[in-house]
Design a protein around this ligand. Sequence first.
Ligand SMILES: Cc1cc2nc3c(=O)[nH]c(=O)nc-3n(C[C@H](O)[C@H](O)[C@H](O)COP(=O)(O)OP(=O)(O)OC[C@H]3O[C@@H](n4cnc5c(N)ncnc54)[C@H](O)[C@@H]3O)c2cc1C
Length: 302
Amino acid sequence: MTLLDRTIVRLLPAVPKPVVQRLSSRYIAGSTLEDALRVVRRLNGEGKPATIAVLGEEITRESEARSIAQAYRDVIVALERDGLDSNVSVKPTALGLDLSYALCRENLESVLREAAKSHNFVRIDMEDSSTTSDTLRLYRELREGGFDNVGVVLQAYLRRSLDDVRWLADLEPNVRLCKGIYIEPPSIAFTDADAVRANYVRCLDALVDAGAYVGIATHDEWLIGEALARVQRLEPSRYEFQMLLGVRERRASELVAAGHRLRVYVPFGEHWYQYSLRRLQENPAMAGTIARATVGRVLGRS
Ligand SMILES: Cc1cc2nc3c(=O)[nH]c(=O)nc-3n(C[C@H](O)[C@H](O)[C@H](O)COP(=O)(O)OP(=O)(O)OC[C@H]3O[C@@H](n4cnc5c(N)ncnc54)[C@H](O)[C@@H]3O)c2cc1C
């Protein structure tokens, strides 16, 4: 993105919510569980497993965290009932991490127990750097406590991630590797795109060496190429590609046709706004779209 594009994209929070909702509809299955199940059914028909996320983060009340945990248990029951191929992805803050570590762990355990009944799996998403240590600690404690149907996420933009791979190595962890989406200071994060890519490749190699199962979560063609060169010598049971709903769907289908497992992240729910902002901010075509949508509105055409 050019500097001008980046500046326009930073104005996104000032764009009226209905415009944001319209622009981001491709990234979100809908507001109800039925919407998510419909999208997962379609993806499964294309040979793509999914991971469902209930939108909701940084909740402020214990009751909200408990109801999100319940919503996840409902998702897991519905997936089993409908015979769909999808696991779930949870955000620790949605399960109450900002309120208390113990509450988050209790909620997460309830979701893991429900998932275990149908041999399903729970991925703990990674949020901003204020949550990284607690999230990794949660993962370690759950694994050491006997849960093996759980995975975590590492972000290549964080300088600490290579050390985190080493710290997790004894668990033969299940890790989704992504670039990272939150805004972090240069003291702890690489900010240059090439440095993030280089660290992604370093972390990927370290995860493979550690015997991890790797979810290669990226739409970046250069990184997909680097990953393809590496997975050639891996058993198919050691990795999968992962992409977001509404992003590079044709490329996803090509990877499936070439015999790779590719999982699609399918978010749904009422709390669509924060997730939508993050997706729009990284869409390279968004600056022009926002400019047109906003100017169109000002001129009364939208
Ligand atoms: C399955 C999955 C789970 C994730 N989970 C987490 C998580 O737990 N924590 C976290 O911090 N981050 C997560 N992310 C987000 C990730 O960190 C990146 O922000 C995001 O994937 C964009 O990085 P990229 O590697 O695709 O490269 P980019 O360079 O951003 O994108 C490469 C290309 O993909 C296309 N593209 C990318 N995004 C969009 C978009 N929104 N709209 C249209 N085109 C687009 C464009 O063509 C772009 O040039 C996840 C990503 C995926 C795929």
